[in-house]
Design a protein around this ligand. Structure first.
Ligand SMILES: Nc1ncnc2c1ncn2[C@@H]1O[C@H](COP(=O)(O)OP(=O)(O)OP(=O)(O)O)[C@@H](O)[C@H]1O
Ligand SMILES: [Mg+2]
Length: 1084
């Protein structure tokens, strides 16, 4: 198993901490009411938990009110579930992220922790009508895998930890066998296994339910004074989940464990009145929970030593606790006070007296035990939230389940019999004529069959072998009336002579393979032939098609052993080529050869990849395999006959499994990029339909809109959106077309995408254009008015160059100070222009200490630093940072922009520039929507920025499964944001500068760094909204690390200790000229 750092892999968005904590308070139980307990001692509001530490219910005011006396406040949990929360609520709030993480390949646990009788078993297990997290998690695994189109394999084990011993709950009399724990050290990760623990495959929810019921029957439970069915053991259901990504043929899978843990609850022995067995149990339970607290405390404090081995419980849960996990703890608390003891009754009597107006002073009640216990639970929960760690995706290479079990495959069943089957039964020798030909290059042995006037098919063997290896192809060729000619190269088979070298550059040598082939054709009186070759023979076929064009019709290279020598350029291949591959054949590496395949002209090439699974053996005759053989025969005949290949809809294969190392030398594998094999699914149809209509642009938009719901996910929120998106994307037709464009080989995507409207920044000058195209349902209200609002008026915050304090540690950072250095500051506000000189503007700047004063700045400087940018151009290409380019007329760009326009449509419906905020909220939402439409992965650290360019310099491709650093991602966003800038009222600037501190917006900056004014080590966009003229930083790189807030980061926050916008130069982009209506400044 290999692990990929989740922070380097395209990690689940919401994964901020390895352990998430939710608090659940259960309803008051009837028993408690009957016993006259206090309740309402716990309340949840304003994202906090309030606990009464005295004998009164909690009353909560507004969020900002100080907590009432006698109430303790616990803020900062990840989810709160009050007494009305259903089991489904509980799963959505507490369970879902973890299960999604497991699908992603992260180990995780769902764990209920709390005092006895607070609802742990209810939360984890529930009952028939109210199933708990165990069943809901399993259901989610199955349904999500289905949604992603992925293959899932789940096996389950179920154990209990009772009195310090682990026993198997899925085995009859399992309690008699104490199982041992074993630690397995894998590089920097320690896994724990339970030796001898049984595991069962579970394929459906019925399996899971049956297994849970069986295990729970065997689990230790007992009636105590505090809980009629108290769990006396910790129970752990372990689901091992293997997931093969949807749509791919690859064997890459993620493998993760999900621990579903129902802990036994701690109890005060005095209260539970435990004696005998119950007492022994309680002691062990409390001891292991104490060990758990110790481990969590050590992890939270970052102690190098974590005492996992203090107890089997902590040892067992190690993989789901130690930081490399996505675990959720549900801390359960009871809202009810303990059964009334004598002391409480006294207090109640006092309360009664007071209510009745008696003046007797109340004794100050002591802190109730109840609150102490709930506080204990919440303190523990809070410390869990402090666990830090780096999370790894577990990836494995595993054959898919059906490949492991070939017997279960519906193998030979419905294959119709080949019409040439009867010929195949004939002895090949009786079909083939063997003859020794006298050729210009000496004697060559050939096998021939079929009519002398039939279209010739030259069959060239691999090295070393002979013409007879083609016997599997003789019957179909004979049946289809081709003239098959299988050649024994000199020195091979029955041909005399010296063997020729098999390297590609020798193919065209004098007397070499090409000469021999032509000599054989001459000797047989054949002018042109189709050439089918295997390995060496396949290489000869390629050379022959390039260098002896007049002799070749079509070629079928099967596993070509060929790299183009000097003078052979696959890009000018004149004839159709069908490349065949069996991917398991280790001796012929498709990944390596793929670049040669890509070099062939897209209109001429076809690739068919077959899989034999575990049936592949070294040296086997592939064509003679009972299942593969007929498939190969049919495919070759269809190609030779010019039939269009059957659509391979959704056949996805990996692109760019790029490996790179971070600066720290850790391996990063990006394997998210997928392309569709060259499937020509519906090429003819699309092109034809578009040709026949009056307005192909509108028809193309209409067709594009019909991809059912494929851009719907763009508006979907949630931490796993990328994963889901990839799944849906991979499954859809739109994705298939994008992928075809990426490989540049599909007629259908060319026809459809090419017919879509071109939406460059110049072309989209008015939102009604989008409405007329049918992409937007309506134009934003008040757009015309917004367009004519001034850009420079009193009160606008602007960037200017001033002498400022430039010490990140100083609270006056970037404030104006005569002792400072010239820097860009955003702490300036436009006030007017000078009476004497209209080109001198007055801004109010903030001085150290907070006071304000006027400063004069040249108008040109304000414009240079604040005016929206124009993208530089070279011919039809817009030029972006790091050598990236954008051609708005390219089919891929048209399609991406259409997709974005459609995704924006429901948002823009709410855009009204006349509202009080000028539509700001909608404009900011639009930024998020556009970002979501870009399917690009951001490298977070340590990777060479140039790498993305080595892969590709086209932002359109980047937006369809690309990857890059901040420059690449900012450039891609810029390219797709600029066209919508005018219609959305956005002035976009491409900023370069310096960032320091952690990427996390909440983390303190690294104050030790002193930055010169010139470096530009980070890039982002800055967007000024019209008409509000509020400016925001849109930092794609930070947003990918911490979430969308960084896409709409007010400049006052972003430029305070986080980012420094260099103002001494603009990077590559031009400031737009000002417009007539831009200035509205009074003379001062
Ligand atoms: N959210 C809830 N809604 C309704 N009933 C609940 C809820 N939570 C718990 N209960 C009920 O409270 C009682 C005690 O719950 P449960 O047995 O789950 O507690 P526990 O924390 O597992 O206790 P122990 O540590 O003793 O095993 C049960 O009768 C259960 O049905
Ligand atoms: Mg229980």
């Amino acid at each position: 198993m290999s692990r990929v750092r989740a922070s380097s892999a395209p990690a689940p968005k919401g994964l901020k901490r390895p352990v998430k904590v939710c608090v659940r308070v259960r309803p008051v139980l009837e028993r408690e009411v009957e016993n006259g307990c206090y309740h309402g001692c716990i309340a949840m509001a304003h994202e906090r938990v309030y606990i009464s530490t005295e004998d009164k219910p909690v009353l909560i005011g507004s969020k900002d009110d100080p907590p009432p006396e006698g109430v303790k406040v616990y803020p900062g949990f990840d989810g709160l579930l009050d007494q009305d929360s259903s089991q489904e609520d509980c799963f959505q709030v507490a369970g879902r992220e973890t299960v999604d993480g497991v699908l992603w390949g992260l180990n995780g646990a769902l764990m209920a922790y709390g005092q006895t009788s607070t609802g742990k078993t209810h939360t984890m297990v529930g009952d028939k009508s109210r199933p708990g997290l165990c069943l809901k998690a399993a259901a989610h695994l199955f349904s999500e895998a289905g949604l992603l189109g992925s293959q899932i394999e789940v096996t389950a084990s179920f154990l209990q930890l009772y009195l310090n011993h682990i026993t198997d709950l899925l085995v009859k009399d399992g309690h008699e066998k104490k199982l041992k724990l074993r630690e397995v050290v894998e590089e920097d990760f320690v896994d724990t296994r339970v030796e001898g623990l049984s595991s069962r495959p579970v394929k459906s929810m019925d399996d899971v339910e049956a297994l849970l019921e069986e295990g729970n029957r065997r689990r230790q439970q007992a009636c105590t004074a505090l809980n009629a069915s108290s769990s006396r053991s910790h129970a752990v259901l372990i689901l091992n989940v293997t997931l093969w990504q949807g749509g791919t043929e690859e064997e890459n899978a993620t493998d993760a464990k999900l621990y579903l843990v129902d802990l036994a609850g701690s109890e005060r022995v005095k209260d539970s009145c435990a004696t005998g067995d119950r007492l022994t149990e309680a002691v062990h339970i409390n001891k292991s929970l104490f060990a758990l607290q110790g481990v969590v405390a050590a992890l939270a404090d970052g102690n190098p030593f974590v005492p996992y081995r203090n107890d089997p419980l902590t040892q067992l849960l190690r993989p789901a606790l130690g930081g490399n996990c996505c675990t959720t703890l549900v801390a359960t608390v009871s809202p009810a006070q303990k059964p009334l003891g004598e002391r409480v009754r006294v207090v109640l009597a006092g309360e009664l007296q007071r209510r009745q107006g008696l003046a007797a002073p109340l004794p100050k009640p002591k802190r109730k035990r109840h609150s102490r216990e709930s506080e204990g639970t919440l303190n523990f929960a809070s410390s869990c939230r402090r666990i830090k760690g780096e999370v790894f995706v577990n990836s494995v290479r595993k054959p898919r389940p059906w490949e492991e079990k070939p017997k279960e495959e519906p193998t030979k069943t419905e294959e119709p019999e080949c019409p040439w089957a009867s010929l195949a039964a004939l002895d090949a020798a009786s079909v083939m004529e063997s003859q020794m030909l006298d050729t210009a290059h000496g004697q060559i042995h050939v096998l021939t069959c079929g009519p002398a006037d039939g279209e010739a098919v030259l069959l060239l063997h691999g090295c070393p072998s002979d013409a007879w290896t083609w016997k599997w192809l003789f019957p179909p060729l004979l049946y289809s009336k081709y003239r098959a000619i299988a050649i024994d190269m000199p020195g091979f088979g029955s041909s005399p002579g010296t063997r020729l070298g098999s390297r590609s550059e020798l193919n065209n040598a004098k007397g070499g393979p090409l000469d021999i082939c032509c000599a054989v054709l001459d000797a047989l009186g054949v002018q042109k032939a189709n050439v089918v070759g295997y390995d060496w023979g396949a290489g000869i076929a390629l050379s022959m098609a390039l260098l002896r064009k007049t002799r070749v019709n079509k070629i079928v290279p099967f596993h070509p052993s060929y790299s183009p020598p000097k003078g052979e350029n696959l890009g000018v291949m004149p004839v159709p080529v069908l490349v065949l591959w069996v991917k398991e054949d280790q001796f012929h590496n498709l990944t390596k050869w793929r670049k040669h395949f890509q070099a062939l002209p897209s209109s001429k090439r076809e690739l068919e990849v077959y899989s034999l699974g575990s049936r592949w053996k070294p040296g086997m005759s592939l064509g003679s395999d009972p299942q593969l053989g007929p498939q190969l025969q049919r495919r070759i005949l269809a190609f030779l006959a010019g039939e269009v290949a059957a659509p391979v809809a959704g056949a996805l294969e990996k692109r760019l499994e790029a490996k790179a190392a971070t600066a720290a030398g850790q391996l990063v594998v990006h394997a998210q990029n997928v392309v569709v094999a060259d499937a020509l699914a519906d090429a003819g149809d699309v092109a034809k339909q578009l040709r026949e209509v009056a307005d192909p642009t509108l028809a193309a938009v209409q067709q594009f809109k019909e991809f059912p719901g494929e851009y719907a996910w763009m508006n979907m929120d949630g931490w796993l959106w990328r994963s889901v998106a990839v799944g849906l994307w991979s499954a859809g037709r739109l994705a298939a077309l994008y992928a075809q464009r990426l490989t540049g080989s599909s007629a259908s995507s060319a026809a459809l995408f090419g017919a879509l409207p071109e939406m460059s920044p110049e072309a989209l000058s008015d939102p009604n254009i989008l409405v007329n195209l049918g992409l937007w349902s309506q134009a934003p209200e008040g757009w015309e008015r917004m367009r004519h609002t001034p850009r420079y008026c009193v009160g606008r915050k602007v960037l200017v160059r001033q002498k400022v304090i430039f010490k990140p540690s100083d609270s006056d950072f970037m404030c104006v100070s005569s002792s400072g250095a010239d820097r860009t500051t955003s702490k300036a506000e436009l006030k007017g222009k000078s009476k004497e000189n209209a080109d001198t503007w007055l801004v109010e700047v903030t001085e150290a200490g907070g006071s304000r004063r006027m400063a004069e700045v040249p108008k040109a400087e304000v414009l240079r630093l604040n005016q929206r940018h124009d993208l530089a151009k070279n011919g039809k290409h817009v030029l972006l940072e790091d050598g990236l380019k954008c051609d708005y007329s390219s089919p891929l760009c048209r399609a991406k922009l259409c997709e974005i326009a459609l995704a924006l449509s429901p948002v823009v419906k709410n855009l009204d520039f006349n509202t009080a905020d000028g539509g700001e909220a909608v404009q900011l939402k639009a930024l998020e929507v556009i970002r979501k439409c870009l399917d690009i992965i951001t490298f977070q650290k340590g990777l060479d920025r140039g790498r993305s360019c080595a892969t590709c310099d086209d932002v359109a491709k980047m937006a369809c499964h690309g990857q890059g650093h901040c420059h690449t991602v900012s450039s891609t966003m810029a390219a797709f944001l600029f066209p919508f800038a005018q219609v959305l009222g956005l002035d976009v600037k491409y900023r370069g500068g310096y960032s320091w501190g952690g990427v996390n917006m909440g983390e303190p900056a690294d104050e030790t760094v002193e930055v010169a004014d010139s470096p530009e080590r980070h890039q982002w966009l800055e967007v000024t909204l019209r008409p509000s003229l509020q400016s925001y930083v849109c930092d794609l790189w930070v947003a990918d690390a911490v979430g969308n807030d960084a896409l709409k980061w007010p400049i006052s926050e972003a430029y305070q200790n986080r980012l420094y916008p260099n103002g001494s130069f603009n990077i590559g982009q031009q400031s737009c000229p000002e417009e007539a209506t831009d200035l509205d400044l009074p003379e001062l």
